[in-house]
Design a protein around this ligand. Sequence first.
Ligand SMILES: NC(=O)c1ccc[n+]([C@@H]2O[C@H](COP(=O)([O-])OP(=O)(O)OC[C@H]3O[C@@H](n4cnc5c(N)ncnc54)[C@H](O)[C@@H]3O)[C@@H](O)[C@H]2O)c1
Ligand SMILES: N[C@H](CO)Cc1c[nH]c[nH+]1
Ligand SMILES: [Zn+2]
Length: 448
Amino acid sequence: MTFSIQRVDARTGSAEILQQLRDKLSPQGNVVSPRGRALTEEVFGKPLTPAQVVETICDDVRREGTPALLRYSAALDKADLTADELRVPAADLVAAHAAADPKLIETIGRIRDNIVAFQSAILHNDVTITPRPGVTLTQRYVPLRRVGVCVPGGAAAYPSTVLMTAVPAQVAGVKEIAVVAPPTPFGSYNTDMLATCHELGITEVYRCGGAQAVAAMAYGCDVIPAVDKIVGPGNLFVALAKKHVFGTVDIDSFAGPSEVIVIADETARADYVAADLLAQAEHSPGSAILITWHKPLIEAVAAELAKQVAVLERCELTVDSLEAFGALILVRDEDHACELTDQFAPEHLNIETADPSRLMAKIRNSGAAFLGHYTPVALGDYAAGPSHVLPTGGTCTWAAGLSSNSFLRSGSITEFTPDALNQIAPDVVRLAEKEGLTAHARSVTIRE
Ligand SMILES: NC(=O)c1ccc[n+]([C@@H]2O[C@H](COP(=O)([O-])OP(=O)(O)OC[C@H]3O[C@@H](n4cnc5c(N)ncnc54)[C@H](O)[C@@H]3O)[C@@H](O)[C@H]2O)c1
Ligand SMILES: N[C@H](CO)Cc1c[nH]c[nH+]1
Ligand SMILES: [Zn+2]
């Protein structure tokens, strides 16, 4: 298989390529295909930007509710559904579960256990301190009441996304979980996805996707009661819709295409490294970048990529991704590799070196890191325990991946005795008077 992936020698100059890739990989840089643009013109009668499409859909769903949701499902997903058919009947969930490969159900059970073990261990607990006699200060964590989960269904089916979103929410104690997936064979007609929902005890699944489903969950409609937070991945329209409704509800992130940086040294195997790069490139769009100071690895990995990509089911899509978003970068040394990685701030970081922990200690920015020659990112995508919903586009410099804690809301609880109030009163009064807020001061002195 012949294709071209960028080789960059960053030993003497700066690696501008990383900034160029970063710019291309923002969710907005996620270009809409010619078919997508034609669909926009067909539905709206004129060319619109994705942001204009999403704003129109969200505003219509907010104003009209279910009729707009059904209209956009019909126009964009060719779904001929009535309001009564939007929710997947309980019998369909049961039937999908009964018909599923028993081995798949066992796998889902084992992965659920892995996720529960990790997400329970990291869950915040209430904290109470008594800094002085008579003063009790508590930080309390309360699960969100109702959340909405977007499960993609345009180009592939993602039972794994149900696990990686709904299980952390369940661990946090969320009682109501609504899943939306497009009315497509990869979405809410996908029996593996429905069987996964049933196995996890999810009963509310809706046959709608895209911006219209996000808007319906944010604003609520006759069929889907409004949620408090919307999580889960999706294409550009889903990402833009989540951004649009943020403020009415919370969202997990504004996510773009998948990314991986593999840092490798002379102990790395070129076939393993290539396999890890291909695994994220196959998402298409997906970015796959090798950083190494071991020069022979660059061509060895390029040769392995060509060999391995040829036999992939998604060969052409993967090649498109490697050509547009891939790079093999030669750096001076280990420190240079860590510096460039921090600058790119990848969603996934795979360190395939003799002492990966030493490098990890030097890197601040990565959504999720995978250490050693036997820890491919696919472990995190499917089974290890941390969620695969992660910050992309360099946002891991300030954002965290989805976890059980994403489904908690914290609040403080303060309690003072009369003596403790008297003790602190002068400080409160002084500051309140400085601000000219004498009613605040009086609410304290009145109790002296
Ligand atoms: N980061 C993660 O954890 C993760 C996990 C799984 C999938 N993903 C990513 O999520 C994305 C899923 O995208 P997808 O397209 O397969 O499914 P999707 O469900 O996100 O989007 C499909 C929906 O988009 C809407 N849409 C399509 N074209 C449109 C147009 N021209 N105008 C308005 N709306 C339109 C339709 O309503 C359709 O139902 C992929 O990029 C995949 O790589 C990420
Ligand atoms: N790599 C994706 C997150 O970036 C998650 C995923 C789902 N299925 C396979 N992989
Ligand atoms: Zn993946």
